[in-house]
Design a protein around this ligand. Structure first.
Ligand code: NDP
Length: 327
């Protein structure tokens, strides 16, 4: 694709060239990073346009209690927190739209993003806040029973397994959190951990240990998920070479996430997992005018508050980029 170079000095925040909408600041993704970027960009008169993506509000909308986001002394639920962030962004004029970025072209001075496989939008600056997506084990039987007993979100689907036995796989904070959440709904929860220890924080480990209806299976791998037309009826596991079947109706995968950076991979430097690389201490990517924030560029902290902080950084970086270009 070729783009005409435009004089952006006097360009309004939303322009229109050759039928293609052009904006000063396009934000992709609507988690804490995206909304915080939108709040700052809107307040800086950049008239940001945000595309919410497939999961408006991001991963936090699938969380129950969030107790560690500053400013909520009594805690807040994920959906309420995200709704608050959205209200705050729109109060300052952020244009929040339903739609998903499906392709990117960062080859010119003005960047082009394709929305929902059809519309195109041009942007002087792009803030990528597309987050990360849950990973699965990769078993054929897991794929077969997705949505029929296999889930990557206990808070979304746990309700369907009320009073039943379920299994959670993973040894990190997410798995520990999902297991304790499910323990409040289900009869029994098996927590399947491949190593002989849990990676989760000490506080989460203590919660798991304190919960009577969670049984932790260390050194255990999932071999297969079994079931029929009605859905899952068990999971075959191997503990230190010994196989057995757990009679569970639900199988929850909590083994980490993959950054949502595929559509940018042609242009942006990423690490081997796909996390977008940014210049340390900034949100700048290797492409001028393209910034990344939140979980899509953070393999280490991945917290709502660190995502929000990096969203602020991205909006400030974008504003300074435009300022420097126009001065
Ligand atoms: P993590 O990467 O921390 O943990 C993933 C877990 O899944 C590990 O135990 C890992 O095992 C296991 N695993 C990975 N692949 C496989 C596989 N193929 N088969 C079996 N097990 C597998 O991911 P989380 O999603 O738990 O956490 C991500 C980040 O978010 C962390 O920094 C965490 O602290 C944070 N977080 C914080 C929360 C909070 O503060 N309330 C809540 C949830 C997450 P192994 O250890 O062997 O590698």
């Amino acid at each position: 694709m070729e783009f005409k170079k435009m004089d952006t000095q006097n360009m309004s925040s939303t322009g229109n060239t050759e039928g293609v909408e052009r904006v000063k600041c396009l934000i992709i993704g609507s988690g804490p990073a995206g909304y915080t970027a939108a709040i700052y960009a809107a307040r800086a008169n950049m008239n940001p346009v945000m595309y919410e993506g497939l999961q408006p509000g991001g991963q936090l909308t699938t969380t129950t209690e969030v107790d560690n986001f500053p400013g909520y002394p009594e805690g807040v639920t994920g959906p309420v927190l995200m709704e608050d962030l959205k209200k705050q962004a729109t109060r300052f004029g952020a244009d929040v739209r339903f739609g998903m970025a499906t392709a990117a072209d960062f080859s010119g001075g003005i960047h082009t993003i394709e929305i929902d496989y059809k519309d195109k939008i041009e942007a002087e600056t792009v803030i990528i806040a597309t987050g990360a997506t849950a990973k699965y084990l990769g078993l054929e039987s897991e794929e077969k029973f997705k949505g029929q007993g296999v889930s990557a979100c206990a808070t979304c689907d746990g309700f369907f397994y009320k009073g039943m036995d379920v299994a959670v796989v993973g040894g990190g904070d997410t798995a520990a959190e999902e297991a304790t959440y499910l323990a409040g709904l289900c009869n029994k929860v098996y927590l399947i951990i491949r190593k002989d220890y849990m990676r989760a924080s000490k506080a989460m480990q203590a919660r798991v240990e304190k919960t009577e209806n969670i049984e932790v299976l260390y050194n255990t791998n999932t071999k297969e998920i079994t079931g029929d037309m009605m859905g899952v009826d068990g999971v075959v596991v191997n503990t230190n070479g010994e196989e057995r079947k757990l009679d569970v109706k639900g199988f929850f995968v909590a083994i980490g996430h993959k950054p949502n950076s595929d559509i940018f991979a042609e242009y942006l430097d990423t690490d081997e997992v796909g996390y977008i690389k940014t210049v340390p201490g900034t949100s700048k990517t290797n492409v001028d005018g393209v910034f990344a924030c939140g979980d899509v560029q953070d393999p280490h902290y991945r917290q709502a508050i660190t995502a929000a902080g990096s969203g602020c950084t991205a909006a400030l970086d974008a504003e300074r980029y435009i300022g420097a270009k126009n001065s």
